[in-house]
Design a protein around this ligand. Sequence first.
Ligand code: ZN
Length: 214
Amino acid sequence: MGSACRPDLVSPEMAASVAGPEIERLIQLLARLPGLGPRSARRAALHLIKKREALMTPLAGALQVAIDRIQVCKTCGNIDTQNPCTVCIDPRRDPSTIVVVADVADLWALERANATNGRYHVLGATLSPLDGIGPQDLTIDALVARAHESQVSEIVLALNATVDGQTTAHYITDLLQDANVKITRLAHGVPVGGELDYLDEGTLSAAMRQRTLF
Ligand code: ZN
């Protein structure tokens, strides 16, 4: 069989359109989602169309609600249907601790892990000179202002253990020198369930430097 007969060898751009423009548009939009290429997008579109009542209609409704109601929290930068967000107005959260994250996805990860009872501050990104992301692109001014509020006693820098993440951590630490807060950061080291033999040298040496009393 020649490759011309193998539809899976034809690139999506070259593939002949098999559906009307409305369906092609749906596929193109789905293909822009993270983790979905053109092929998965076609599969997802077909699934939605087949499950029109059970899935596509509720999904369209949920998307419309999201468009209408989701907003960025003016205090912490989280996204929610209320402003300030659910975390910020929850009286059970500890107002003395602010956990600084780069992105809402990191906030959600910490919440899933039930890792902190503090409140958050979403920077929006990390400093990255190579990508042209400077301090003015992050919500650092708002963080500095919050760190000076009297009830705040600890700023936890929960940033990625990457060059950009650590550069951002150092930059913020310098800016907060005159705030009356303890500045901490996440430990770097052996992951839960991790085996030493499989760790890279940087992680191993960080774990050794940051060893704790047993
Ligand atoms: Zn908030």
